[in-house]
Structures are given as structure tokens and as C-alpha cells.
Design a protein around this ligand. Structure first.
Ligand code: EPU
Length: 420
């Protein structure tokens, strides 16, 4: 397993270019299963997760090519069966269910299981499919979904923690290729949902309201091939902005979308970090001493759960008390004990982490537990004195394209150590 060896204390300086969004690319790639015609998806980040999604499409019978950020998929003839081994490695693979159900009227897909950040149920996905006219059976760890036809229907997709991103995506995909009108209430408003709706509309779907809590879909009998460019990754953008602030550097972030990051930029401003927009670029630097802030993660347009860990690393450097409350995933504090190994003082109280910031961090060996926790440890390692080794960075490779190379270009002393 690879690790990163970081020599901390170097302020990041220079320019970084943001890649395409992982969480937009995954459902968009799955949506190519809705048509027998070829689709071309551009600005797909080259990650183990996107490569894996391409592998899933191939194992379902599609032909696919991933070259220079462009994925070409031709799902001429496909099967509707995905076994446990295929699905369990990546939770995002559940978004093949909607397209398979709509295209083949029958899908047998293994339940993906939970993951380190929480239980991650899919009851809302299944509730949505049922509202579209599907019959759902769960047996032996598999979902058997059948539908003579997708009839469309009205549904409320809000759950315990609010709307579901991939659940909304799954229902939107299934309802696009069917009959009747579907109305999703309490739909996820994330930019990734809007990007998927734009791709589906380019394929001939009739979706309105994506980006708002009410999405309306008029089913159509056929979808055709289309080309699409994936939106920039807002979580990668936030990660580099926070890394620049944590190392007290000055970085120009190119290709990101500030309008997708309003809640993050607002909290950074409160923390005394300036993110100035210069045309399409964002220039990041500290305004002065970092200040503590309180944050609660929420569905979009609230503060994203996917940025909570990275922000915690920054706030560990801000003198005073910051409270981070996690409202989306119940066990998304695995980074806390690792940040403590670097000297951060953080206590967990129920869904909140209380950060007593301002103590200098010093390098140590740490273990990455999930994708965003890994990013948080890399940020903390770069801000710490001395050497930090972040182990198990395969988590990071799932969701950040060439992170070590991009950081090196900004002057970070970071090295990938293979097989340690
Ligand atoms: N939930 C249910 N029932 C469901 C589905 C979700 O109760 O049927 C709950 C979840 O347990 C959670 C909440 O609803 O408490 C929100 O989960 P959501 O379904 O929105 O998460 P997701 O769609 O599975 C995507 C991203 C995650 C990101 C979340 C929240 C992808 C591939 N994954 O997951 O990204 O954290 O939305 O924004 O798009 C990451 O990139 O590191 C990552 C984990």
C-alpha cells in the first residue's frame, strides 16, 4: 500500500488546476447505460473510482474507452446483473440500478453494504423505484427490481438526514426512460444532480427543476447518445483552497466554480481566509491570524460533509474553539484520532467535534481511513513541523486526481512511497 511522506512547514504557492468532479462523473457514466447509442463524456477525472465505474460498465456488456480524460461508452447490448464482488468495492456503483431498471425492466444488483463513514442505506432509492412502478424484492443480499413499465409517479425522497444525492440521481435516470410524469419532492439540490440532469436532457430526456427541491421528469420512450463535459470538482477545489490557507501560502485556483462553494467560502471568510475572484480564478491567502468558526454540515447549499475533515485540519490551527457538527454521516470523524497524533486537540461530543485550535502541529505517522479524511491528514501534515507519513493513501487515489503532483507543483515537499 502506498503512502505519502510529507515534510511540513512549506507555504503553498503558485497555480493549481481543478479536475472534473468525481461525484458528477460516476452517475453520468452510469447514465450511458440508458441508450444503445455511443456517448462521449469529457473531463472525467482519472481516479480509481472512475476507472472502476468504467470496469462495471464493461462487465455489464458495454464497450468503453478511457483516454486523456474522455470516456467513450457504447452500451449496445447489456445485462442487468451485478454481483457482490463488483458492487461492494465502490458504494457509488449503486447508481447503475436506475439505468438498468429503466432500460431492461429487470435488474439484479447486490446490496453495496455500508462503509467507514456510516451505514449508508439505500431505502430511499428503493422507495423511489417503487413509486415509479417497480416491484422490489430483497433476497440473499441482492435487490431484484422488475417493472413491466416505468409508469412515473410522485414521491418524497427526504430521509433522516435530508435528501439523498445518488437516490435522486437513480430515480431521475430511471424516470427519464419511461412513461408518465414523475415528481421528486425533497430532491437533492447538489450541482452534481444538475450536471446529471443536463447530460440526461442532452440524451433527449425531459427534466426540469434540477437544482431545486422539486424535480419534474416527463418520461420518454427512447434516449439517444450524447456528449457532455463534467463540471469541475467542488470538493477538490475546496481542498486546495483549505490547503493553501492551512500552510499560510498564496495559491491561484484555476478551473473551479466559486458559485458551487458559497457555504465553504463564507466559512473561510469567517476564519479570516480571503478567496478573491479574479475572472474565473480564485486567489487564496490568509487575511491575518486564523479565527475559529462553528460549522454544521448540511445538504447543498449548506456546508458539505465532504469538506468537514479538511476544514477541521485548518481549524486545528486557528487559536480558539471551533465546533464542527456532522449532520449527514454518523461516523465521519475517523480523522479526529489521527489529527490528535499530529498534536491537534479535538474532542467528540455526540455529532460534534470540539476543536481547541492554535497548538502547533508536529509530524507523525498517521493512517488514512477514507477519502476526505486522507485529504485532511495531508493538509495537516503540510501545516505541521517535521515529517508526516500518511499511510493507506489508496483512499485518496479514489477521489483526487494526481494530488501529490499538484501539491508538488505548489512547492509542497510530498513524496509517494510505493508499497509501504
Ligand atoms: N440515506 C438514507 N437512505 C438512502 C440514501 C441515503 O437514509 O436511501 C442517508 C445517508 O445515510 C446519509 C444521507 O442520507 O445520512 C445522505 O446520503 P446521500 O444518499 O446523499 O449520499 P450518497 O448519495 O450515497 C454522495 C456522495 C458522497 C457525499 C454524499 C453527501 C457520490 C458517489 N457520493 O453519496 O461523497 O458525501 O453524497 O453529499 O456522489 C465522497 O466523495 O467522499 C463521498 C462520500
Amino acid at each position: 500500500m502506498d503512502s505519502f511522506l510529507i515534510k511540513g512547514g512549506v507555504p503553498l504557492r503558485g497555480e493549481v488546476t481543478i479536475s472534473g468532479s468525481k461525484n458528477a462523473a460516476l452517475p453520468i457514466l452510469a447514465a450511458t447505460l440508458l441508450t444503445a447509442e455511443p456517448c462521449i463524456i469529457r473531463r472525467v477525472p482519472d481516479l480509481s473510482d472512475t476507472r472502476y465505474m468504467v470496469k462495471i460498465l464493461e462487465s455489464l456488456g458495454a464497450t468503453a474507452k478511457f483516454e486523456d480524460g474522455t470516456v467513450t461508452v457504447h452500451a449496445k447490448k447489456i445485462k442487468g446483473y451485478a454481483d457482490y464482488d463488483l458492487v461492494r468495492k465502490m458504494r457509488g456503483s449503486i447508481c447503475i440500478a436506475g439505468p438498468l431498471l429503466a432500460r431492461l425492466h429487470k435488474a439484479r444488483i447486490s446490496l453495496p453494504g455500508g462503509c467507514i463513514i456510516g451505514a449508508r442505506p439505500i431505502n430511499l432509492h428503493l422507495k423511489g423505484f417503487a413509486a415509479l412502478g417497480a416491484k422490489i424484492k430483497i433476497e440473499g443480499g441482492y435487490i431484484d427490481a422488475t417493472a413491466k413499465k416505468i409508469t412515473g409517479g410522485s414521491m418524497f425522497l427526504g430521509g433522516r438526514a435530508g435528501p439523498t444525492v445518488l437516490g435522486t440521481a437513480n430515480v431521475m435516470m430511471a424516470a427519464s426512460l419511461g412513461e408518465g410524469i414523475t415528481v421528486i419532492e425533497s430532491a437533492a439540490c447538489e450541482p452534481e444532480v444538475v450536471d446529471l440532469a443536463n447530460f440526461l436532457n442532452a440524451m433527449g430526456a425531459q427534466i426540469t427543476g434540477a437544482g431545486s427541491p422539486t424535480i419534474t421528469i416527463q418520461g420518454v420512450t427512447k434516449l439517444h447518445g450524447a456528449e457532455h463535459e463534467v463540471i469541475p470538482d467542488r470538493i477538490e477545489t475546496a481542498t486546495f483552497i483549505i490547503a493553501a490557507a492551512a500552510t499560510n501560502g498564496e495559491v491561484t485556483v484555476k478551473g473551479g466554480r466559486a458559485d458551487h462553494l458559497r457555504a465553504v467560502l463564507d466559512k473561510l471568510n469567517e476564519a479570516n481566509v480571503s478567496v478573491e475572484r479574479k475572472g474565473a480564478d480564485m486567489v487564496v491567502k490568509r487575511k491575518g491570524k486564523l479565527k475559529p468558526v462553528d460549522i454544521t454540515t448540511l445538504p447543498y447549499s449548506g456546508f458539505p460533509t465532504d469538506v468537514q475533515a479538511q476544514m477541521m485540519s485548518l481549524l486545528a490551527l486557528a487559536p480558539g474553539i471551533s465546533i464542527l457538527t456532522e449532520r449527514i454521516f454518523e461516523s465521519r470523524f475517523m480523522h479526529v484520532s489521527e489529527l490528535a497524533r499530529l498534536g491537534a486537540e479535538i474532542e467528540i461530543e455526540g455529532p460534534s467535534a470540539i476543536v481547541k485550535g492554535g497548538k502547533p502541529l508536529s509530524g507523525a505517522q498517521v493512517m488514512a481511513s477514507d477519502l476526505r479524511a486522507s485529504a485532511a491528514l495531508v493538509i495537516a501534515g503540510m501545516a505541521a513541523k517535521g515529517s508526516t507519513q500518511v499511510n493507506r493513501i489508496y483512499h485518496l487515489d479514489r477521489g483526487y486526481e494526481k494530488m501529490d503532483e499538484k501539491l508538488k507543483q505548489l512547492g509542497a515537499r510530498i513524496q509517494r512511497v510505493e508499497g509501504s
